[in-house]
Design a protein around this ligand. Structure first.
Ligand code: ADP
Length: 533
């Protein structure tokens, strides 16, 4: 028996769009302001993109970079580029020009599709490159005249292509589909390479975990440049659901869109939940339905989960990283939790959960011996993942790839425990753990305690060098608008919540610096803590 065209087809997320165009051509696929595309038009536009790029000499394996916020062109690139067998390289819109130029060169981009609202930075980046890529501008109401950098604009490029295309890519499902650079807090970012098969599977994992179906309305509050929007760029299409594009995460606009379009699903880092919960009452447009919100990228506090539930959101907690196509674990809801009191229930939900249906292997293990730790909720180990939704490797970096895959597992660098019910709970990142007098302190546990303080909006805890104890916890907090509190208030509050040795010895007030994806930049805080006194 052999594999043949009747019994085998390479898995690719592009197939989801072909199916949607075939089976629900008139269904609204994309909404952006007043703009609407149905699935037939969406597919035709991606065909035009693929064939226009082909006419311009782009072939299988070539890199096409895109830097844009969550606008329709960004979504179209998620189909048009891999359809051609080329590799999509979405860039974080908040990167500085030097990093952008590094990525374009390292990834050998042949084309850069760029949102004209970013022109000044992109211009600087391009000036640093000896052989710059072909530049295509996406024009929008956000552009003023004279800011176009490239040879032509995106719509003119589409006009060069054919809407009836018939590409037979990928030829192999292991072919590269995307290239994503991780933020890299020190040194140059690493280029994570995804294959078509993994992208297909992870998207289906999302669809199952979040219950997406053809009635779903998905609001793009999570950046598409981050792990392809955690692969929801493909999951929403797989479900024949509707994408609502959103240029900027603006709390008032999000509330209005939820109401106007009866949004059923959205994703966001815990910071997005914080923004929604703490928004002023006059911008919180009321809605009567429940919105399923998937959160991840950092641990949400039980407090914020609780507050979100009260205003109409149902939270699902996901865990993942760029190397795992975004989400790999989901805190799947268990019926018996509904009988628990609110604190206990949200405590269960704040755990990172069990593996996705499409994710093959997960364990909490000793980082050196790789021996699995007991499922006792206490013994800490490193979270390791494996299976078909793990990156191919880092581009041009065999050493880092081998290191990440040591012993046949992806080493996440996250430390956690496994509870007797099989649910995983992350305690910290290995480099974020605080070791005080030989005892490990989970920075997440201290942060969870701080979030219970009614005046605290945001909190992050890092190690501060300490003469006697080696390290001590140092808390950085932002208070809610108009609130006042002293270090003593905060420290006293923690006395009721935490064991003595875990109580922060220092409290610093002020805004917390974050990455484009809402992660608090702990390495900056660690430096700051070191320099205190
Ligand atoms: P980086 O932040 O290093 O650029 P990613 O954006 O890929 O990388 O983030 C992955 C990391 O985010 C994980 O290794 C983990 O530390 C953290 N993370 C993701 N989801 C969660 C979660 N639900 N709870 C706690 N931490 C999380």
């Amino acid at each position: 028996m052999n594999k043949n065209n009747a019994n085998f087809a390479p898995l690719t997320p592009v197939g989801f769009l072909r199916r949607a165009a075939e089976t629900c051509p008139d269904k609204i696929a994309v909404i952006y302001g007043e703009q609407r595309y149905n699935y037939k038009q969406f597919y035709q536009r991606t065909c035009r993109l693929a064939s226009a790029l082909k006419k311009r000499g782009i072939n299988r394996g070539d890199t096409v970079a895109v830097i844009a916020s969550n606008i329709p062109a960004m979504l179209e690139a998620h189909y048009g580029v891999p359809m051609l067998g080329a590799v999509l390289n979405p860039l974080n819109i908040q990167l500085d020009s030097k990093t952008i130029s590094f990525i374009l060169q390292h990834g050998e981009a042949k084309v850069l599709i760029t949102d004209c609202s970013l022109s000044p930075r992109i211009q600087q980046a391009l000036a640093m490159i000896e052989n710059p890529p072909l530049v295509i501008d996406i024009k929008d109401n956000n552009c003023k005249d004279g800011e176009l950098l490239g040879e032509l604009d995106y719509e003119a490029l589409l006009a060069e292509g054919d809407e009836d295309c018939d590409f037979s890519e990928p030829q192999d499902e292991w072919q590269s589909a995307c290239l994503l650079y991780t933020s890299g807090t020190t040194g140059n970012p690493k280029g994570v390479v995804y294959d078509h098969r993994g992208a297909y599977l992870n998207a289906l994992g999302n669809m199952t975990s979040m219950g997406l179906n053809q009635n779903s309305i998905y609001l793009w509050s999570l950046p598409m440049f981050h792990c392809n929007g955690w692969t929801f760029t493909w999951a929403v299409t797989a479900a024949c659901a509707t994408h609502i594009c959103l240029r900027k995460v603006d709390t008032a606009v999000i509330y209005q869109l939820i109401k106007k379009h009866t949004v059923t699903h959205m994703c966001g880092a815990p910071i997005v939940m914080n923004m929604l919960v703490n928004a002023a009452d006059d911008i919180k447009t009321k809605f009567d339905h429940t919105v399923e919100l998937a959160t991840g990228g950092a641990a949400p506090s039980s407090t914020v989960i609780n507050s979100m539930e009260k205003i109409g959101f149902r939270i699902t907690h996901l865990y993942g990283m760029t190397e795992s196509f975004g989400p790999s674990l989901v805190c799947s809801w268990k019926q018996e939790w509904s009988e628990l009191d609110a604190d206990e229930r949200v405590g269960k939900m704040a755990r990172q959960g069990i593996r996705y249906v499409t994710s093959e292997k997960v364990k909490i293990a000793h980082p050196d011996t790789l021996q699995e730790q007991p499922w006792d909720g206490h013994t800490v180990g490193e979270l390791m993942l494996g299976g078909n939704t793990i990156m191919k490797g880092y581009l041009k970096n065999t050493q880092a790839t081998d290191e990440a895959f040591r012993g046949g597992w992806l080493h996440t660098g996250d430390l956690g425990v496994r509870h007797p019910d099989g649910y995983i709970e992350i305690k910290d990142r290995s480099k974020d753990v605080i070791i005080s007098g030989g005892e490990n302190i989970s920075s997440l546990e201290v942060e969870q305690a701080l979030y219970k303080h009614p005046k605290i909006l945001e909190a992050a805890v890092v190690a501060k060098p300490h003469d006697k104890w080696g390290e001590s916890p140092c808390a950085f907090v932002t208070l809610k608008q108009g609130e006042v509190a002293s270090s003593e208030d905060i420290i006293n509050f923690c006395r009721d919540e935490l064991a003595h040795f875990k109580i922060p010895r220092t409290v610093v007030f002020g805004p917390l610096e974050k990455t484009a994806t809402g992660k608090i930049q702990k390495f900056l805080l660690r430096q700051q803590a070191k320099e205190l006194e």
